[in-house]
Design a protein around this ligand. Structure first.
Ligand code: ZN
Length: 241
């Protein structure tokens, strides 16, 4: 059975890192919308061309196009074991479409994890984030008690503070995130496969908590799906159970 995960969380919560790790460890496809958007454009697929035209006109890629790109990717064979989505869905329309795609794949429940970090901590993290002046890679946050690295781990370039990471900009970005994701959280909140994880801990603690809640939610989701299947085949039997 496939394992399908959505990872939500504000910028600075570390969900991209966690999504990558979880996908690697479980042999799942990690999908960030930026990556598959670029891939679709590069592959010149019909939907990729549509996105390219929009972007050339300076327009945002609309829900319908984004949904088609995600759908195309999720129905490919290498996505069969399951996926970890990072950055999708962003809207309720996209979330509804994703439910239909998951039903169409018919391979495992959809688990939604919201990685939460208090605003004060996010501001601290984002404002102290360094990037490489040469290759643009994010410098890793130093572990507690260790000094920050002076050079880029990837290319040895000099690390500098991101220009858009001052406190005001960070707060504004978080406000935009809150506003945009509130309807999404409401959309998923009452599902038995929705989980909240405390992202204000060390990387390893967060990883452990994520592993635990995702496995638990997947189990709950699978049981629910089995009960639904029984109901579909034999409503009387389900009523007796
Ligand atoms: Zn670098």
């Amino acid at each position: 059975m496939g394992l399908n995960v959505i990872m939500m969380g504000p910028p600075g919560a570390g969900k991209g890192t966690q999504a990558g790790r979880f996908a690697r460890e479980r042999g799942l496809l990690k999908i960030s919308t930026g990556d598959i958007l670029r891939a679709a454009i590069k592959a010149d697929s019909p939907v990729g061309l549509r996105a390219k035209t929009l972007m050339h006109r300076g327009e945002l890629v609309d829900d319908a196009t984004m949904i088609d790109i995600v759908r195309e990717r999720l129905l490919q064979p290498d996505a069969q074991p399951g996926f970890v989505l990072d950055g999708f869905p962003r809207t309720v329309v996209q979330a509804e479409a994703l439910d239909r795609i998951v039903a169409e794949r018919n391979n495992g429940p959809l688990v939604v994890v919201d990685v939460r970090v208090p605003e004060k901590e996010l501001v601290r993290r984002l404002a102290s984030r360094l990037i490489c002046s040469k290759c643009g890679a994010n410098a890793e946050l130093p572990k507690a008690g260790e000094p920050a690295a002076a050079r880029c781990a990837r290319c040895g370039g000099e690390l500098v503070q991101r220009v858009d990471d001052n406190e005001q900009v960070v707060l504004e970005r978080l406000k935009v995130y809150e506003r945009e994701t509130k309807p999404l959280v409401e959309f998923y909140r009452d599902r038995p496969t929705f989980r909240i994880v405390n992202g204000a801990q060390g990387l390893e603690r967060v990883a452990h908590e994520l592993d635990t809640v995702i496995d638990d939610a997947a189990l709950v989701g699978a049981k629910e799906a089995a009960a639904e299947a029984v109901k579909a085949v034999s409503p009387e039997k389900a009523a007796r159970a």
